[in-house]
Design a protein around this ligand. Structure first.
Ligand SMILES: [Zn+2]
Length: 236
């Protein structure tokens, strides 16, 4: 194979693997952002359950305060019963006691319902927090593994770039310029093989005499349709 052509094929291989590495480096952060969003959504679900529990706890504390004040009222009125001066006053105090006792039993019932609800909610929250922590750990491990992949890809890219610089030295300015121009116009693919009849870059049917020339691999030939540099892959 013509040396220049061989070097161009090498350059194309290098650039294709650089593109691939670049593609990976663009994809990984996207996957990482997806993981972060997943963690945030899970966190939000647990937080809203935690908020519901603390609202019910507050409700319970409030009910306990009301219960205490109703119980104190009963005690206070019971003390006053003995100091009554007349029947009317006695009846009025009796009524206060009755109303407060009713209040006490209604609050006690309310507290029981709340305690029952809270017990279930706390249990559920505990289970979900545990699941969340496990899931978070798992997602964070995935994130870290993506991070390692990024570093690997960056290392790979650096090596490929060094190799590319060496190859470019060998290509020579004119041919390099020609190569870059085609690559820019043709999605980073400037050098392609051919089938027995067509360019593998655009699948244009090449005239038989051009195919014959390309098969010799001893000159720089280009596709009449896409302008890419052609070579014969099966040659040694
Ligand atoms: Zn072509």
């Amino acid at each position: 194979m013509l040396d220049e052509l061989k070097t161009l094929v090498e350059l194309q291989l290098i650039d294709s693997s650089l593109n691939e590495a670049g593609e990976k480096l663009r994809e990984i952060p996207k996957a990482q952002r997806k993981l972060e969003a997943e963690i945030a959504a899970e966190e939000e679900t647990v937080a809203s359950q935690r908020a519901a529990v603390s609202a019910h706890e507050k409700e319970q504390r409030q009910a306990e305060l009301e219960l205490k004040s109703a119980e104190e009222a009963v005690k206070k009125y019971e003390g006053q019963l003995f100091a009554c001066k007349n029947n009317k006053e006695y009846e009025a105090i009796k009524l206060e006691i009755k109303e407060n006792r009713e209040k006490i039993s209604s609050i006690e019932e309310q507290i029981l319902v709340l305690m029952d609800k809270l017990e279930k909610e706390r249990q559920l929250l505990g289970e979900e927090e545990k699941i969340f922590l496990e899931k978070k750990k798992d997602l964070e491990e995935q994130f870290a593994s993506f991070q390692r992949q990024i570093e690997q890809e960056q290392g790979k890219q650096e090596n490929i770039r060094k190799k590319r610089a060496e190859i470019v030295q060998r290509v020579g300015k004119n041919l390099q310029h020609r190569y870059e121009k085609i690559a820019r116009a043709r999605r980073n693919l400037a050098v392609v093989g051919i089938t027995e009849t067509a360019c593998k870059g655009c699948y244009f049917q090449l005239p038989p005499q051009l195919v014959n020339e390309v098969m010799k691999n001893d000159s720089i030939q280009t596709c009449q349709s896409c302008g890419r540099i052609l070579y014969w892959e099966k040659a040694d």
